[in-house]
Design a protein around this ligand. Sequence first.
Ligand code: FES
Length: 147
Amino acid sequence: MYSEKVMDHFNHPRNVGEIENASGVGTVGNAKCGDIMRMYLDIDDEGRIQDVKFKTFGCGAAVATSSMATELVKGKTVQEALAVTNKAVMEALDGLPPVKVHCSLLAEEAIHAALWDYAEKNGITIEGLERPVSDIGEKEEEVEEEY
Ligand code: FES
């Protein structure tokens, strides 16, 4: 049911933890399943993500997608990180079962929330970044229609 990559990232999640004095921290939850995700970004003066860590109280698919998402945004610029969608994360994991697609939104939204926090702290605007929601339940319905 799960790809080998999903199982690998679930069993050995990358970049788990916290970053002290992070440039941006984002927390999102899904009220429907009760899962919560927190992302920490360390962004240098050039706007490049030097380090990223996550903590989650979430299901296996949420763990695996967040782990892969952190790998994909590490070393990227803020703009490049913004382009890492939940779809890209799922592709990198060789797919997710349809009922688990919504779990991948937690990672994407938590990264956006952390970028938003970074932008606010620095008084900058990140082009294309929308104000993140704290509960992704609403977005989930949109995604379910797409798949
Ligand atoms: Fe809640 Fe997967 S069931 S994130």
